[in-house]
Design a protein around this ligand. Sequence first.
Ligand code: APR
Length: 246
Amino acid sequence: MKKLFQGEEIVHGAKILGDMMKKSASTVVLTGAGMDTESNIPDFRGKNGLWRNMNPMLVASIDNFYNNYDEFHDYYTTRIKRLEDVKPHEGHYILADFEKRGIIKSIATQNVSGLHHMAGSNSVYELHGNIKRAVCNSCRREASLDDFLNKQKCQHCGDLLRPAVVLFGEALPRDMWSLAEKDIKNCDLLIVIGTSLEVYPVNQFPRMARGRIALINNEDLSYGREFDIKLIGRAKEVLQELSRNV
Ligand code: APR
């Protein structure tokens, strides 16, 4: 059976994936930065990615937080300010509608933008945290984003504040990980949207899926496990086509 659909073939590929979704008793979605680029948030490793001219391991790392707080703070201030008037695009709303209609069970996301929640999705596992929230690095109490932006210290313990995101060199939030792992291990279908699958440990999920796996991405990916179907195109337009078939 043909597995890769692009260009005009997306119409046919979306029919096949739509049928797989209708037959699936439990469908889970895994999203990455490619889900947000059509909301004007650059991805990391795509052609205009954020990491094209900087090394994430250096900038967005816990080491950089400790050793160069000013650079760390500047980098996240830029990213937070860039998100101020960012909105979900139609693809986010389609996924929220799929949840409402019981077509998908949950979304595990690597994105920290909060756009899935803003579009109305409820069952969302933010595996890398949320950049719109700030916490104290020591006592982990929530702080206001403005306090972080103004370089205020924690009101409870006096330590430095940071966005509530997972930095390179840190573990993922255990609760989010186990919720996503349980859903993905037990799903009939995992749909992977807009991720290079280059970052561990989230890139392990597609090989952990019990059921079939589908890719929606604007570039083809070679991955340790064969995708059952690949729709190579922009997330919004593929999801629009898919929504005509479920
Ligand atoms: N539609 C479909 N795919 C897209 C689109 C789009 N509109 N725009 C970009 N893509 C694809 C890119 O071609 C690339 O394959 O989405 C993928 C994005 O990959 P990355 O930039 O590596 O983003 P992601 O996989 O989410 O990165 C994982 O790395 O830097 C860390 O914490 C950061 O969560 C991030 C993690």
